[in-house]
Design a protein around this ligand. Structure first.
Ligand SMILES: [Zn+2]
Ligand SMILES: [Zn+2]
Length: 347
């Protein structure tokens, strides 16, 4: 089968590899669409602790496909079923797995990072993932491409739950990337009154016009604090999501938040830049809640997939370009350029 194999920093290529054989408790999925994530690009650019030097890995953790083979002991799933796959697999016995937060399991396995993933024609779903319920059936009118974005949407859904946007809230999203576009849609669905999107890239902000944010703020040209205050009657935003790896945005977020506002630190910071000075008096006196989220649980994935299948969130609009797996280098170059939003791999 064809697969995009990562073999070290800056090295990824499409080549023929052996199609995985499944055991009696496993399932084989024919991948139909896989999305390139910022995490894939980070691995490509600077490696990952879960991939040792000299080791190779088929990347890709945002994907959907059709079951083409099931082991003799597999229940609930059959060949021909169209499915979305959640990418985190917990150990099953730790405190966080027991709480249903398997994405916080200290021993979690990430499909497409710690084991082979979805940038391949076929993917073997490990038995643990199958039994934990990582595979979820799609409705007939949901495309594989839409479903491939259930994983990033599930991370945004997790963030949304932590800040609990409701009708009337003013929302500021910093970072006009694909995640920003999904945050925007969820917050609108939740009843946000005014959605402000901020970024330093004019070109990215232009891509956002189709999502119809109420306010677009180019932080290269405009002062972020002034713009937020101007658009919220001087109160500040009720909800802020920092969908960018920028320490200065985290720092200023507490100054942009209304009293009783909520902040979600969604984007992690680069190593060495994770210490940020905050005016904690603003958190204290204004009753601000600061949350952080990463990844998503199976419940988040199911909810996100439901929003896609019920046509409440349009993930298709976040897809900019599609490439065949044989063009994996071009696909990565395009994704790294930041010219578009989501890049999709097909087979
Ligand atoms: Zn991802
Ligand atoms: Zn665990």
């Amino acid at each position: 089968m064809k697969a995009a194999v990562y073999s070290g920093i800056g090295l990824i290529e499409c080549r023929e590899v052996e199609r995985p054989a499944i055991g009696e408790n496993e399932a084989l999925i024919k991948i139909k669409a896989a999305a390139v994530c910022g995490t894939d690009l980070r691995i490509f650019k600077s490696g990952h602790f879960a991939i040792k030097e000299g080791e190779e890995r088929i990347l890709g953790h945002e994907f959907a496909g059709e079951i083409c083979e099931v082991g003799s002991d597999v229940k609930h799933y059959k060949t021909g079923m169209r499915v979305s796959i959640a990418s985190n697999v917990g150990c099953g016995v730790c405190r966080y797995c027991r709480m249903g937060s398997l994405h916080l399991c200290p021993e979690y396995v990430a499909l497409g990072i710690s084991v082979d993933g979805g940038f391949a024609e076929y993917f073997k779903l490990p038995v643990k993932a199958l039994l934990q319920g990582n595979m979820m059936e799609l409705t007939d009118d949901t495309s594989f491409e839409e479903a491939a974005l259930a994983e990033p949407l599930s991370c945004c859904y997790n963030a949304f739950k932590s800040v609990g946007t409701g009708p009337g809230d003013n929302v500021l999203i910093v970072g006009a990337g694909p995640m920003g576009a999904l945050h925007l849609q969820i917050n609108r669905l939740a009843g946000a009154s005014r959605i402000m999107i901020a970024d330093i890239s004019e070109q990215r902000l232009r891509l956002f016009e189709k999502f119809k944010p109420d306010v677009i703020i180019n932080t290269k040209k405009e002062d972020l604090k002034e713009a937020v205050m101007k658009n919220t009657g001087g109160k500040g935003a009720d909800v802020i999501i920092t969908a960018c790896p920028a320490p200065d945005i985290q720092q200023i977020s507490v100054e942009l938040t209304a009293k009783l506002g909520r902040i979600n630190l969604f984007g992690g910071l680069p190593k060495g830049k994770e210490y940020v000075q905050l005016n904690t008096n603003l958190i204290h006196y204004n009753g601000i809640i600061v949350t952080g989220t990463t990844g998503a649980s199976l419940a988040h994935h199911e909810a996100a997939l439901g929003l896609i299948m019920d046509k409440k969130i349009d993930t298709k609009s976040v897809i900019s370009r599609k490439f065949k797996v044989s063009q994996i280098k071009e696909a990565f170059d395009y994704a790294i350029s930041g010219e578009g939003l989501k890049t999709i791999i097909t087979f």
